[in-house]
Structure formats: structure tokens, C-alpha cells
Design a protein around this ligand. Sequence first.
Ligand code: PGA
Length: 252
Amino acid sequence: MRKNIVAGNWKMNKTLQEGIALAKELNEMLANEKPNCDVIICTPFIHLASVTPLVDPAKIGVGAENCADKESGAYTGEVSAAMVASTGAKYVILGHSERRAYYHETVEILEEKVKLALAHGLTPIFCIGEVLEEREANKQNEVVAAQLASVFSLSAEDFSKIILAYEPVWAIGTGKTATPEQAQEIHAFIRSTVAGKYGQEVADNCSILYGGSCKPSNAKELFAKPDVDGGLIGGAALKAADFKGIIDAFNN
Ligand code: PGA
């Protein structure tokens, strides 16, 4: 059975001290609760080793926001999948549209990153999504299908370990959320594309998260759609109460 998941993406926000405080606050908020979804926080690299031991691993998984496309060696400033895993982190966001747009991450680079992440026991949260012009030209299905090439070279067994996140770029940080109907339509397309490649069972078990201006006020409606299995949350993950509000969308 596929999982419902709410994952936070802190992006380049929070000093180490602020990040520790946020993780502690969230951990306390969830201490006496039994969320109806998996909860993940993806933090800047330098927070990982401090945040991981602070949270209850039964309630909150920790992840990175990126990792290198190389195993190790002379790549100044890069952080490898093995290093991420050595902090106790279990997840890594790969293919975020900001990485694709600002750091020129291609389908091929992302394919390497996904393979290295899996080789080191990390679960990739693999992001796909179209920009506004592509949506206006009704090309969103083509765009996401092409982006899936980075993960379609995986064996069915490895593909079954990853989480997908559909994030329309026009909805990220803009306050403009996809409607639940728009999200459902493309999530269903993504699932059918996965079914075409790996079969219906693998597709049915694949968690596909929605990301892009998801907040407590719209999460419930989005998550109610049959092919929307949770959210990847940016801005609203930076305040424990907002993030908790989104987690609660699965509770009532
Ligand atoms: P947002 O970001 O929730 O701030 O729109 C989502 C993301 O980029 O993962």
C-alpha cells in the first residue's frame, strides 16, 4: 500500500540554531500524536547531523535537499550521498525545479544522483513539474514524462523505493496553488506513465506528493484527491504550526 507523506523542504532558510529550534518544536508537537502520514523534514546539509538525533525517528524522518552526482573525490564544495547517509538522514530531495533552473541539473545528472542516493540507502524524493509557459501551451504531460527519464532506468525494485513529487513551477512560492482538479489530473497521468513502465502494482504503490504553495488551508482538499498522496512543503514548513496544520489535513 502506498504511503501518505508530508515532507518539508526548508530550502536555504534557517541558521543551525534556528533549524534545531524548529525541529525540536515540531518533535514536541508530534510527541503525543499519531499522525496519519509519514512526516519528513529536509534541511540544509549542515543541519542534518544536529537535527537527526533530536527527533523521534518513529515520527519524523530527516532528509537532505540535494546530493552530489559523484561518489567522492576532488569536487570542492559538494556533499555526497554517503555523507548524507552518515548523518542518519534517510531521504534526499532530488530534481527540485530550483536545482534544475539555477544549477543546470539535467536528466542525466539527476539519474546519477538518484542511483547514488539509492546505493547509499537514501530514499530519493524525486521532483518533476512544468514551468508556466509549458502549462499555458498544455505541454505539462510531455514535460513530466521527459523528466521521469531520470528514474525510468531503475529496476522495478529500485523504482519502488522512491517517492515522486509533482511541483508545478508556477505554483512554487507564488501563493498560486494548482487546483485539486489540476493536481489530480496530472498525478493520475504520472501514475499511468509509471504503470506503463513498471506495471499497475508498482504504480499503485508509488507515493506521489503535490508541491507548490500548499498550506493548512488548502492541504485537505488537495490530499483528498485519489492520486495525491501528500505534499512537499516549502514556505509553510518553516513554521512548526503551519507544517503541523498540513500534517493534520490527514487526520480529520
Ligand atoms: P512552496 O515550495 O511550498 O513554498 O511553494 C514548495 C517546494 O518548492 O518544494
